[in-house]
Design a protein around this ligand. Sequence first.
Ligand code: ZN
Ligand code: ZN
Length: 280
Amino acid sequence: MIEITLLGTGSPVPDPNRAGPATLVRAGGQVLLVDCGRGVLQRAAAVGVGAAGLSALLLTHLHSDHIGDLGDLLITRWISTFAPDPAPLPIIGPPGTAETVEATLQAFRHDIGYRIAHHADLDVPPAVQVHEHTDGPVWDRDGVSIRVAPTDHRPVAPTIGFRIEYGGASVVLAGDTVPCATLDGLAAGADALVHTVIRKDIVANIAQQRLQDICDYHSSVQEAAATAARAGVGTLVMTHYVPALVPGQEEQWRALAAGEFGGRIELGDDLHRVEVNGRP
Ligand SMILES: [Zn+2]
Ligand SMILES: [Zn+2]
């Protein structure tokens, strides 16, 4: 069984009830964090996961809403890991990830210096191990395997989706993307697909060009559902709601997806949890 927890279902727009994009995937004792938007560690704490307990950080792309709390995550993991010589945090993302991580550590260099000076048992900066990929297998550890494929969020490029497999179950995390053949391939036959959704029927009618612009590089609810249907997945998990999903409107969003996809549809608030089992 693979367990998905929507840690943050928000978007770049600050929302009192929704943290920024982040999804926790637990498989075989491994704790994988996909994207690290605003408030991610607060939400992770709510399900008993600390920065020190992460097995790896997976980044779909380098948009601010998906990496907003990268600095908090790196520093908090560093200062809350008490084992001597801790293993570096594996970070898997598209090209550009290493530069972003380096620059983030550079931005916190004063903090890192203060703490090394103050704590006798902290003598090296946060240890990370960044792997940049756009396609193919990226992880194979204790029965958990991960592969990535390119998505299409242009002009944001490169961007990637992740497919995590464990014990006969498989979960695909699409991130932000329009429908594309490479995502269809990555998601083919998966048990669950976690996908960003945009209500283009609402956003396209807002009299503000900068908001209308977001429609051309995201999938609508219907498009995400159609991707799930083409790929033959068992469950569609919708997240990253734009505009924010308003309590009481869940069935409206669900109906839009159900028009394209006949499987199980999950949506909800931060900390919504979905259990995924392999299908016979
Ligand atoms: Zn994005
Ligand atoms: Zn986004």
